[in-house]
Design a protein around this ligand. Structure first.
Ligand code: ZN
Length: 57
């Protein structure tokens, strides 16, 4: 489970946007650019190299 206070201080390293936690997929998602960051053992990995690009629409 991700601490909501932690989410507030996290920002997307790509665009510096706010992020939200996708509980179902256990990923951190950037609200602005849609990039997805993995969560490993409860720790968000905010690295562009580890992230997935946004879903194409
Ligand atoms: Zn972003």
């Amino acid at each position: 489970m991700i601490d909501t206070k932690l989410l507030e201080i996290l920002a997307c390293p790509e665009c510096k946007g706010d992020v939200e936690y996708d509980m179902r997929n256990e990923k951190i998602i950037c609200i602005d650019c849609g990039r997805k960051y993995p969560v490993k053992e409860g720790i968000p990995v905010m690295l562009i190299e580890e992230s997935e690009p946004a879903d194409k629409k």
